[in-house]
Write a new protein. Structure first.
Length: 458
């Protein structure tokens, strides 16, 4: 509650928080729009594979040309301006920067940048939830050992869910469920970049006028992004997935307490302490009343006659027993809120949600029959979608993480609706695959779990 005051003091002392942003896409641009108006934060560098695109993002978000005319990182630090570059690793290794924001969306890039931050002692805000899902439990463990903060990104739904969970627990409540809303129907699991616009109701004219990435939009629709985000929440909070993953029950805000409780008590959860995503659509396609499509929620239990009475006295919406209630946030502001993470790390040394365990994982599932010799095209593509699983189940069956299901070739045919496994692909020779295998080996050993044999990546 004192972040603004502390930022003002850093500004007055001439010691702003020194930040480098990697990735000047939509999320990064939204952060830039607010960072230029936030005293106490200095964006020293912006790294993007296309510096021209980064400069266009700066101009579009209201920055004057002289504000990003620095010729070097040191020049930017001394003059209070911003250096635009295509060299992310140089920004990470520079003494001019203390906090790194990875907003690339690429699992491979996110892992590479996190490892560099650990090497150079830089705190990292991992907007890149795809990288966190693939290797976050190992990266966060290494970050803690190095004495740096590894944080989820405030403004994105996982961090906002973590905040609600923390509020409930710090208030003495047991968290029954936590998650977010989305637009979902079972048929969406088979959606492709070609069919996605019809599901969203976008006309060809609307698509032609906008800057739309069909594969990215499709990852939100086919359930993959929801699975990735709920894996991040599980691994940050200790809440766990149901054995069958997400069920996407239709639910509006007025029904959270009634539906997001265990089935044994008349709800739709497998167990207390679960992550779940709710749908803004009924299964017949009708709109859910007062849906939470853009928001996040937590349900919690009174477990006391006195607290149940307090719920009633103060007007909380509850289930029929009065024991379960809920809190929710109807919207999330994406990068517009990201400065909260920067300030929390820089001023308090605290993450806005961080990976602490390996409880949730996301595996690739075939959208159709996939033939040996085909190449997978990853999150939101034509070949696979991502299913949330308990991490131990994922490792026990040798499931292929969705973050590695891009650009790899199948060596076996995989039936529609079947989990793609490590043994079904030619071993990828990449840093991210090696880091992932290291993580799987580490946790399998800690759990005493026997895993299927898979080819070792050299």
């Amino acid at each position: 509650m004192n972040i603004h005051r502390l930022l003002e003091q850093r500004c007055a002392d001439g010691k702003p928080l020194r930040v480098a942003l990697i990735g000047a896409g939509k999320f990064g641009s939204m952060f830039l729009a607010q960072a230029r108006r936030t005293r106490g934060i200095h964006v020293v560098a912006i790294a993007d594979l296309s510096p021209q695109r980064a400069r266009a993002s700066l101009a579009r978000t209201g920055w004057e040309n002289e504000h990003f005319a620095a010729h070097s990182l040191d020049d930017a630090r001394k003059c209070g301006t911003t250096f635009v570059t295509d060299d992310a690793l140089a920004a990470i290794s520079s003494g001019a920067v203390d906090i790194i924001i990875d907003a690339t969306g690429s699992p491979a890039a996110g892992i590479r940048h996190a490892l560099a931050c650990i090497e150079h002692g830089k705190h990292i805000v991992m907007v890149n939830v795809e990288a966190d899902c693939l290797a976050g439990p190992l990266l966060a463990r290494r970050a803690r050992a190095a004495g740096i903060v590894y944080s989820l990104a405030y403004g994105d739904q996982p961090a906002l869910i973590c905040e609600l969970v923390d509020w409930a627990r710090a208030s003495g409540f047991e968290v029954v469920a936590a998650g977010k809303g989305t637009k979902y129907l079972p048929a969406y699991h088979h959606s492709t970049p070609e069919s996605v616009w019809g599901h969203y109701g976008f006309t060809p004219e609307m698509v032609a006028q906008g800057d739309f990435n069909p594969q990215m939009f499709n990852s939100f629709l086919d359930g993959t992004k929801s699975a990735i985000e709920m894996a991040a929440v599980a691994n940050a909070t200790g809440l766990t997935p149901a054995p069958d993953g997400l069920s996407f029950p239709p639910c509006g805000v007025d029904d959270l307490a009634r539906r997001l409780k265990p089935r044994a008590e008349g709800g739709q959860l497998h167990h207390r302490g679960q992550v779940e995503v709710i749908s803004s659509l009924e299964r017949d396609g009708r709109q859910v009343a007062r849906d939470l499509r853009w928001g996040v929620y937590v349900t919690f239990a009174a477990d006391s006659e006195y607290v149940k009475r307090c719920f009633s006295e103060y007007g909380l919406a509850t289930d029929d027993t009065g024991n379960y209630s809920a809190m929710y946030k109807p919207y999330h502001l994406i990068g517009l809120e990201l400065g909260i993470s920067v300030a929390s790390i820089g001023l308090r040394g605290e993450p806005t949600g961080t990976t602490t365990s390996f409880l949730g994982d996301v595996v690739a599932v075939a959208k159709r029959e996939l033939k040996a010799g085909e190449t997978l095209d990853g999150e939101g593509g034509y070949t696979v979608w991502g299913r949330l699983m308990p991490a131990q189940d994922s490792l026990a069956c040798g499931g292929l993480p969705i973050g590695l299901a891009h650009g790899v070739k199948l060596i076996r045919t995989v039936d529609k609706g079947t989990i793609v496994k490590w043994r079904d692909i030619a071993p990828p020779n990449s840093e991210s695959a090696r880091v992932r295998q290291e993580m799987e080996t580490l946790f399998a050993s800690e759990w005493g779990l026997r895993r299927p044999e898979i080819a070792t990546i050299s």
